[in-house]
Design a protein around this ligand. Structure first.
Ligand code: CA
Length: 227
């Protein structure tokens, strides 16, 4: 599930950088193109799993790029637009965009759209409800619950929790977690697993809820009930 390639076509450097950082932080691989023509070139030479496409681009505009991308493949396309005129939305969707986001948007909003598009484009994975203790994870909607309490997860938090829920009471080493959730090497000295385990604990251990994700010193982590 991890390491999907996203092609970002956006001419404004500041916005491109903001989006690129957010995507990389969530574990996606990102290519950035600054205009439509070079974006189409990247898409042709190295087909991405998803395209984020700005509407207002120099030269070929986003709408035209969208039509050409769509003529060549079924890749999910998320359009970014400063226009919120309903006619523009309709023409974007007519041109083959799967979704669009009106600027300005938050990084969380963008990630939610990206995740939703990936979910829609991989219908082959049949949804399951995973349960451990009073923790529930719906692999269809990516929603988690502790008892009745809904837990809002980012894409990486979800993947990490899913890995634990699929391997309850088994000690997962840092290497295994890296490999399964991030799919590539962070360079050895990264504390990213610790950071994400901390996020998951914050979200799964509110008020008097017991700890479920335990540290195994020097090895990794295990999902188990309190001893
Ligand atoms: Ca632009």
């Amino acid at each position: 599930m991890s390491g999907e390639r996203i092609l970002l076509i956006e001419d404004e450097a500041r916005i491109a950088q903001f989006i690129e950082r957010g995507l990389i932080y969530e574990g996606y691989r990102v290519s950035v193109a600054r205009d439509g023509q070079s974006g189409l070139g990247v898409a042709r030479d190295n087909p991405p799993d998803l395209v984020i496409l700005d509407w207002m681009l120099p030269g070929l505009d986003g709408l035209e790029v969208c039509k050409r991308l769509r003529a060549a493949s079924d890749v999910p396309i998320l359009m970014l637009t400063a226009k919120d005129d309903i006619r523009d939305r309709v023409s974007g969707l007519d041109a083959g965009a799967d979704d669009y986001l009106v600027k300005p948007f938050s990084v969380d909003e963008l990630m939610a759209r990206v995740r939703a598009l990936f979910r829609r484009s991989t219908p082959n994975s049949r949804p399951e409800i995973l349960r451990f203790s009073d923790l529930t994870l719906d692999t269809g909607t990516h929603r988690a619950y502790r008892g009745e309490r809904a837990i809002d997860l980012t894409a990486k938090e979800y993947e990490l929790l899913e890995l634990f829920m699929r391997n309850p009471r088994q000690v997962l080493t840092r290497d295994v977690i890296f490999d399964r959730v991030w799919g590539y090497d962070f360079g050895g000295e990264s504390n990213i697993i610790e950071v994400y385990v901390r996020y998951l604990r914050q979200k799964t251990e509110q008020e008097n809820e017991t700890r479920l994700i335990h540290t195994v010193r020097g090895v990794g982590y295990v999902l188990r009930e309190e001893e």
